[in-house]
Design a protein around this ligand. Structure first.
Ligand code: CP3
Length: 347
């Protein structure tokens, strides 16, 4: 299906087209690196701020106003649905998600599985405010800018639930996968249900695309990912199939690309795999990525040269959404991001 020229560039690229101006947005564009974010967040914890509709909407819109990116990403966190389901999760500043009572046994999984996402009026209200403002914010030759909703993939959520805090190799989670495959599949089924419901709430409220983040999938072998994780990620993605384009992203997942593509409409490529190689391996699949975030602090000439190389390699894919190969580092100079968007729009 071909979209019209008044369809925003992001949605055209995700549909396998090549709009005149390449669309660009940045993972983790909302927050951290922006002074206006630090100001409005003062005195409110990370997860609280995700559930105050006016605040979540304001933070979502800040990078769109400042950088003129081609998409907003909803200001929330992959931990928000767990919090809404009553899990005792907090985000410790400088550490990351911390869960007081990690899930370690089949009995823990059974207790968890009784929990539901419940009502999500704060999410729907925030997206309503964002959608109204983005309706008057141009992107390319379209009169509006789309909002991307997101959720954590079942493995990344399960890794936090089992480990209880950020970990490098997710040993406890991967041990449970092999020690108790039934408890593992019950855990992933619950995570897939919660993620799918969180995506559905966002799409119902007006998100125009979604991204599933499997940040830690790179720690898995291809065999384990294929047998014990991929079916659940697909189940989460299936929740919004046919409604909006679905981007599937993982870091360190060069060995998993073909699997990530199944059940998704586009694949996010981290900075380790060149886009022309990804395009060869995933024929017909629109790609997103993959500027190495390290270049944001390397000076303009290397950043510009690297970005032009990414654009040239991305030309091998049917559609290309320009992004970083992982999130914006907190220390990034926001002026560099604004200049980068401008440069990409001139390409
Ligand atoms: O700008 C955006 O991308 C939108 C919002 C967003 C946040 N987290 C806000 C946030 C998104 C899409 C996420 C996804 C997320 N959260 C992931 C997947 C993406 C990835 O980077 O791989 C993961 C693994 C999490 C869990 C999480 N939340 C971590 C590891 C951290 C960082 C902890 C730290 O302080 O170093 C968070 C906190 C978080 N989520 C912040 C923001 C803006 C920083 C909180 C702050 O400003 O105090």
């Amino acid at each position: 299906m071909t979209s019209s020229s008044s369809t925003p560039p992001l949605l055209r690229a995700l549909n396998g087209e090549r709009p005149d101006t390449p669309p660009v947005w940045f993972m983790r564009q909302a927050g951290r690196s922006l002074p206006e974010y630090k100001r409005v967040r003062e005195g409110t914890t990370m997860l609280e701020s995700c559930l105050i509709p006016e605040l979540a909407a304001e933070i979502t819109l800040q990078p769109v106003r400042r950088h003129r990116v081609d998409a907003a990403i909803f200001f929330s966190d992959i931990m928000v649905p767990l919090k809404l389901a009553g899990v005792d999760v907090e985000i410790a500043p400088g550490v990351g998600p911390v869960i007081d009572s990690p899930v370690r046994s089949a009995a823990d999984v059974r207790r968890l599985a009784e929990r539901d996402l419940g009502d999500t009026p704060a999410i729907a209200a925030a997206i309503g405010i964002i959608r109204d403002e983005l309706a008057g914010t141009p992107s390319g030759d379209a009169s509006w800018t789309p909002l991307i909703g997101f959720a954590g993939a079942p493995f990344t959520l399960a890794a936090y639930l089992v480990e209880g805090r950020p970990s490098r190799d997710h040993l406890a989670a991967r041990a449970m996968m092999h020690a108790d495959p039934d408890a593992w599949s019950d855990l992933l089924a619950w995570c897939a249900r919660i993620s799918g419901e969180f995506l559905t709430v966002q799409v119902d409220a007006g998100a125009s695309a979604i991204q599933l983040f499997d940040s830690w999938a790179g720690s898995l072998s291809l065999a384990d990912y294929t047998a014990s994780v991929a079916p659940w990620s697909r189940r989460a993605l299936d929740a919004v199939a046919g409604r909006v384009p679905r981007i599937h992203f993982g870091t360190g997942t060069g060995h998993l690309l073909e699997e990530l593509a199944v059940g998704a409409d586009a694949v996010g490529i981290d900075y380790r795999t060149p886009l022309d190689e990804a395009a060869r391996r995933l024929p017909g699949v629109p790609l997103q990525g993959n500027i190495d975030p390290a270049f944001l602090a390397a000076g303009w000439a290397p950043l510009e040269a690297h970005t032009l190389d990414v654009l040239a390699r991305g030309a091998h894919a049917p559609g290309h959404v320009v992004n970083l190969g992982h999130g914006v580092p907190p220390t990034t100079d926001p002026g560099v991001l604004t200049a980068l968007v401008e440069r990409i729009h001139q390409a």
